[in-house]
Design a binder for this molecule. Structure first.
Ligand SMILES: [Zn+2]
Ligand SMILES: [Zn+2]
Length: 149
């Protein structure tokens, strides 16, 4: 098993890829067992294309994200590529913002508001509410809720 200080995490916003020397990087043709330090300098994060400088070890002292260089060649392509998943992400967020109505009492669960009185933080989609959550008005369990039309 790799030690935490041998595991390096990409610091690029929205990336978070972790290089695990036990696994290497098949996409980058890095064989298993290659230490992060031994990766070629032109090795790039397989997720976001950031350079090795974008990485920090999970434990111990390491370089900082300040030196991080994202690819400049084909960057526009890469940026477009990263922009569309982001857009998808917000679409998904919208889908998660589906309101649910209690079939018993008509209470509407609004994900943007959550149910702070019952430890459900604002922004929690109905699906992500714990199964033991009940309607704060009438106490009906989650199965009694339907998506608001
Ligand atoms: Zn990355
Ligand atoms: Zn209810």
């Amino acid at each position: 098993m790799a030690r935490p200080e041998d595991m390096w995490q990409c610091q690029t916003v929205n990336c978070g890829y972790i290089y695990n020397p036990d696994k290497g990087d098949r996409k980058g043709k890095i064989p298993k067992g290659t230490k992060f330090e031994d990766l070629p300098d032109d090795w790039r994060c397989p997720i976001c294309g950031g350079t090795k400088k974008c990485f920090r070890p999970l434990a111990g002292e390491g370089s900082t994200a300040a030196d991080c260089e994202l690819p400049t060649t084909g960057a526009s392509e890469g940026l477009t590529g990263s922009a569309s998943p982001e857009k998808k992400g917000s679409d998904k967020e919208n889908a998660d913002m589906q309101k649910y109505v209690c079939n018993i009492c008509g209470y509407v669960y609004d994900p943007e508001v959550g149910d702070p009185d019952n430890d459900v933080a604002p922004g929690t989609s109905f699906e992500d509410i714990p199964d033991d959550w009940v309607c704060p008005i009438c106490g009906a369990p989650k199965d009694n809720f339907s998506p608001e039309a």
